[in-house]
Write a protein that binds this ligand. Structure first.
Ligand SMILES: *Cc1c(COP(=O)(O)O)cnc(C)c1O
Length: 364
């Protein structure tokens, strides 16, 4: 059977291995498995979310509120924007899908960093767009600008802080870059880890309200999957000028967010204390990774997120080491598919991190 030829050279996205798979493949007890591979919040989610979701369970037979009014009101209040500036997706992943389908087509060019979130490329390929990448490992906006002038891309992705490297750009540099981009190029600022970056250094803070007031060709993306601890609920959002949001809405399937997810995300916004506590724990624990890297003489990228990227030296092989860890029930992310001899580790609880240090020290 022939399929859309755009799909021919797409490599299916490989998500972090779920705990269930490690149980089956290696016969390890679930309690002995530690998953530090998908940047989930090791504190779980706010107990208020659990109560709210429990209370709404009896409504499961009804379709969700497709206007998503409660969550939109929550996000609008949180960011000081209007509901018409908000689109909600099944994860911000889905918003990325919408915006690529809305703006790009066969032959379009999409500009992104050499190493960045893998889904940008996959969705780009759906529509037959060509991916243009910078050469430098960290976002270099001068290089972005040179490529923008040369290639005239339809869309530019800026992931700050970047996944899987954890580095972040100064907001001032991004604003300066945006002021040089023409209004017909859509610029995506993916802030999946922004809550962490702001806590670490205020000059990294992108304020979506300012952004969309100043630029009508920019969309800001946020998610409930990381700092809010709701990866399993699949809720993300895009904030942009209403004209952009209206176009994205044309691609949205009805009821794309479940009743439970809408409730969970709305309630999560009411417990900023939980998010604060998670972030404090994150950076306390991250210090241990920095010390560990120093002791082991391996490089660690200065991270503005809830994960660290350990760059191994040439005698160490990230594929081999991550497999050895997996066999002991420790799931981390091997970055060999990004052409990096590195592993990305989500900062876990004190106990999880101790286990990681103890295990990996045997293989380095
Ligand atoms: C996790 C992540 C997302 C989206 O996650 P969702 O769970 O789909 O909301 C988007 N961008 C980056 C860079 C991420 O790391």
């Amino acid at each position: 059977m022939k399929f859309n030829k755009n799909l021919q050279n797409i490599k299916t996205y490989e998500a972090g291995k779920p705990i269930e798979l490690v149980v089956r493949e290696f016969g390890i007890e679930p309690k002995d498995i530690v998953k530090l591979a998908s940047n989930e919040n090791p504190c779980g989610c706010s107990p208020k979310v659990i109560d709210a979701v429990g209370a709404i369970l009896p409504k499961m037979a009804l379709y969700p509120d497709d206007s998503m009014i409660k969550l939109k009101n929550g996000l609008s209040a949180r960011y000081g924007v209007q509901n018409k500036n908000v689109i909600i997706g099944s994860g911000s992943d889905q918003v990325i899908e919408f915006l690529i389908h809305a703006k790009a087509h066969n032959g379009s060019k999409i500009l992104m960093n050499s190493i960045t979130f893998a889904m940008y490329e996959i969705y780009a390929k759906h529509v037959g767009a060509e991916v243009i990448r910078t050469a430098s490992q960290e976002h270099d906006l001068d290089e972005f600008y040179e490529l923008y002038k040369k290639e005239k891309p339809e869309i530019i992705f800026i992931c700050t802080p970047n996944n899987p490297t954890g580095d972040a750009l100064d907001a001032a540099k991004i604003y300066d870059f945006l002021s040089k981009i023409d209004g017909d190029t859509l610029v995506v600022i993916d802030g999946a880890y922004m809550e962490y970056a702001i806590a670490k250094e205020s000059k990294k803070e992108i304020v979506p309200k300012e952004l969309i007031e100043k630029f009508d060709n920019v969309i800001y993306l946020g998610t409930f999957s990381k700092a809010y601890g709701l990866g399993g609920m699949r809720v993300g959002y895009g904030l942009a000028e209403s004209k952009i949001v209206e176009e994205l809405y044309k691609l949205r399937p009805p009821f794309n967010i479940t009743t439970l997810s809408l409730e969970a995300a709305s309630e999560a916004l009411n417990d900023e204390e939980f998010v604060k506590k998670s972030i404090t724990l994150n950076f306390e624990q991250m210090k241990r990774y920095e010390e560990f890297a120093k002791e082991q003489k391996i490089d660690i990228i200065n991270s503005y997120t809830n994960f660290v990227t350990l760059c191994l030296n040439s005698e160490q092989d990230s594929t081999k080491i991550s497999n050895q860890l997996l066999q002991k029930g420790m799931i981390v992310r091997n970055l060999s598919s990004y052409n990096m001899n590195a592993i990305r580790v989500t900062v876990g609880t004190h106990e999880q991190n101790s286990r990681f240090f103890e295990l990996i020290a045997q293989y380095l």
